[in-house]
Design a protein around this ligand. Structure first.
Ligand SMILES: Nc1ncnc2c1ncn2[C@@H]1O[C@H](COP(=O)(O)OP(=O)(O)O)[C@@H](O)[C@H]1O
Ligand SMILES: [Mg+2]
Length: 330
């Protein structure tokens, strides 16, 4: 597809620090670069605490404003740097060109308003001149698109009357009602049971094909990523350690962290044998090792791994990783 080669979002050398006090700050995300093409789904994978949410919240500048520093970097959306935009310019984009779906839909819905009111608000805030009747039609269509039975009735109900799966569908409807160019999903199905999760994922893929929306899909679940992503980046310790097209990543994982994740994930034909676990745990920001952040858990670590973070190397076109020892037999 011709459309797929156009860059929609380009993140260059982004770092995010959190202030601890007036003099000190901690690095949460370090010099990461990636892009999202039009119409593609980019998966971001890593254990909890690796910097996935901080990265995505940076795109819409949703990290707590007073504590967050963006010491370097650009986030170019259609060529314009979101980090340089005024709050007003940014709010014109937020929820309109770029929408976000979070893990816990209840916190994003207002309990005091009906689903219909909230959908209409989401649409009309960016289209103030739209007639009410037309807004209603579009919202109803958005609810139908996410396969909620009885959409007219749902428009009149309040969030607490809905199940978790239905609420997450409402959130997706709300995120999609403005037909965004980029949808950011941060563990959108983690709180749902497996059957509902599969339905919601199907739905998102369907909407992606119909509307042509690009998606950034964050998860710690490799099974989900194999269904959703075209391309994947693996994050660890606020760094990107590997990037590859999804099939290549699963067939030829190269970074020891990626291999560890895959070995510790039950495959579809999993028979109940013990899975390998990656020893140790994700470092806190205070306890981040120098050099490669994975070096204290890595079975292949050598003395040089603790010095400086390794440069990115290209193993195959489109497949890159940051590891000093990946070429040695593993
Ligand atoms: N507002 C904040 N202030 C300080 N530290 C934060 C803040 N938000 C996240 N962190 C820390 O940044 C690291 C990355 O967090 P996060 O991006 O939420 O991880 P995840 O990959 O699970 O989404 C974690 O160590 C987390 O504790
Ligand atoms: Mg997170």
């Amino acid at each position: 597809m011709e459309q797929q080669n156009q860059t929609l979002l380009q993140v260059n050398n982004l770092s995010v620090d959190f202030k601890v006090d007036r003099k000190h700050s901690l690095h949460a995300v370090r010099s990461i670069s990636f892009e999202v093409k039009r119409g593609e789904t980019l998966g971001i994978v890593g254990e909890s605490g690796c910097g996935k949410s901080v990265t995505c919240m940076s795109i819409l500048r949703l990290n707590p404003e007073r504590r967050t520093l963006y010491p370097t970097g650009e986030i170019l959306f259609e060529g314009k740097d979101l980090l340089k935009m005024s709050p007003r310019q940014l709010s014109a984009i937020r929820g309109n060109d770029i929408s976000m779906v979070f893990q816990e839909p209840m916190t994003a819905l207002n309990p005091l308003f009906t689903i219909g009111d909230q959908l209409m608000e989401a649409l009309r805030v960016h289209n103030p001149h739209m007639e009410k009747a037309e807004a209603y039609e579009q919202c109803l269509k958005a609810v139908e698109n996410v396969k909620i039975p009885n959409p007219e009735r749902i428009m009149k109900t309040y969030p607490f009357t809905l199940s978790g799966g239905m609420r997450q569908r409402v959130m997706i409807a709300m995120a999609m009602v403005t037909k965004p160019q980029l949808l950011i999903c941060d563990e959108p199905t983690t709180a749902l049971d497996v059957t509902i999760q599969a339905q919601v994922l199907d739905l998102m893929n369907q909407l992606k094909h119909e509307v042509g929306t690009s998606i950034i899909f964050i998860t710690h679940d490799l099974g989900v990523i194999s269904e959703m992503a075209d391309r994947v980046i693996i994050m660890y310790g606020g760094r990107i350690c590997e990037e590859a097209p999804v099939d290549e990543l699963f067939s030829h994982p190269l970074h020891p962290y990626t291999r560890g994740l895959i070995d510790s994930h039950p495959s579809p034909d999993y028979t109940g044998d013990r899975l390998k676990v990656i020893p140790g745990s994700v470092p806190t920001l205070q306890g981040m090792p120098s050099g490669c952040p994975f070096n204290n858990r890595c079975p292949y670590a050598a003395a040089d791994c603790g010095d400086v973070f390794p440069a990115f190397e290209t193993a195959q076109p489109g497949h890159c990783l940051a590891c000093y020892h990946w070429k040695e037999e593993k």
